[in-house]
Design a protein around this ligand. Structure first.
Ligand code: PHE
Length: 344
């Protein structure tokens, strides 16, 4: 028994010496010191020995166990340090190296412009119309009838409006003004909302026109709203959007759903008002139509025009973006040339 123990001890020491990696240590522990290990099999046989032998062999077994644990711990420390050193050598990070380039997507300039304008109007107390009250596929009822557009009005003409060939009276909306009707049907005054969205017109495409573009509709209905409120809100908007020094002008106009009606022009950014191709030589570009909500429109949705009045406006998002960033061709927004989009 004694010689067997000594042999186990020597074998184990040799194994420990030969251990190269931390995993070897675990294996040695398993082979010699675990419940199924060699030392334990000796202990299991102690019962067959005389009392005297039990004492000496038992003591020796304990001594061997302790020594082996000590040897294993020492070797473990050594291997651990060696592995750590190796890691520190090989895995160092050079913080001065250039980073990797990950190209980043950006928000489209039209969406950016819509967000910017929306934020301005939210500051002025307007809230966003829920999407379901501002659909792109509309009925003639909302796009024209309820907006006081007569049946024979040229805007209804097949030339301007995209009509659905599958169902009657369905159009791709030619303006966001239908949202005014949806909102007033749902909600009693006071109403102060904006509705951004895409509109469609059957027009030939050129530098100034595309067959779809974006508008932001606005509607303010309450007791005692006047033309002064309209001017105040829209002047404040142009000031916040273009800054203090951009000349603007109000011009009288006509829309079937507002009376009186106006348009706002902003001085052309390409020629500073001198007149150029972009502004057709006038020095001005129209950015929005507006007016006091027509009495017929209020009556149509059951709002009493003797109690309430209001103003509405519809602005062209592409125009506003072109005038701010000096872009001279509307088509740039839609052909998705990365060299153009990157600049925003
Ligand atoms: N819907 C009009 C257009 O598309 C603009 C407008 C909106 C005018 C609201 C007055 C009031 O030209």
């Amino acid at each position: 028994m004694k010689t067997k123990l000594e042999q186990i001890y020597n074998d184990a020491l040799k194994d420990i010496e030969n251990a190269n990696v931390l995993n070897d240590i675990d294996e040695i522990k398993l082979n010699y010191l675990s419940r199924k290990g060699e030392l334990n099999s000796i202990r299991k046989n102690l019962k067959n020995l005389s009392d005297d032998e039990k004492r000496t062999v038992g003591a020796l077994a304990n001594e061997v166990t302790e020594k082996l644990y000590a040897a294993l711990d020492a070797k473990y420390d050594k291997l651990y340090r060696a592995e750590l050193d190796k890691k520190l050598q090989t895995e160092k990070i050079d913080l001065t190296l250039d980073g990797k380039y990950y190209p980043q997507g950006k928000i489209h300039p039209i969406t950016q412009t819509i967000n910017e304008i929306t934020e301005i109007f939210q500051k002025l107390g307007f809230s966003l119309v829920p999407q379901e009250h501002s659909p792109e596929v509309e009925t003639e009822y909302y796009n024209f009838d309820m907006l006081n557009v007569p049946k024979d009005h040229p805007a209804r003409d097949m030339q301007d409006t995209f009509y659905c060939t599958l169902a009657e009276n369905i159009v791709l909306r030619s303006q966001t003004s239908g949202a005014q009707i949806h909102v007033m049907e749902e909600q009693k005054p006071p109403i102060r909302v904006i509705a951004p969205g895409r509109v469609y017109r059957n027009e030939s495409v050129n530098a100034r026109k595309n067959n779809f573009f974006h508008q932001i509709e606005g509607l303010y209905v309450d007791k005692g709203i006047t033309m002064g409120d309209l001017k105040g809100v829209l002047n404040e908007f142009t000031r916040l959007y273009f800054g203090e020094n951009r000349p603007t002008r109000f011009r009288s106009s006509f829309f079937p759903f507002t009376e009186p009606s106006v348009e706002i022009d902003v001085q052309c950014i390409m020629c500073q008002g001198k007149g150029c191709r972009t502004c057709s030589g006038t020095g001005w570009l129209e950015i929005l139509g507006a007016g006091m909500v027509d009495v017929n429109v209020l009556k149509g949705v059951g709002v009493d025009p003797d109690v309430y009045s209001g103003f509405a406006f519809g602005m062209g998002v592409e125009r506003l973006a072109m005038l701010k960033y000096a872009i001279d061709d509307i088509r740039l927004f839609f052909n998705n040339d990365i060299r153009f989009l990157k600049q925003f």
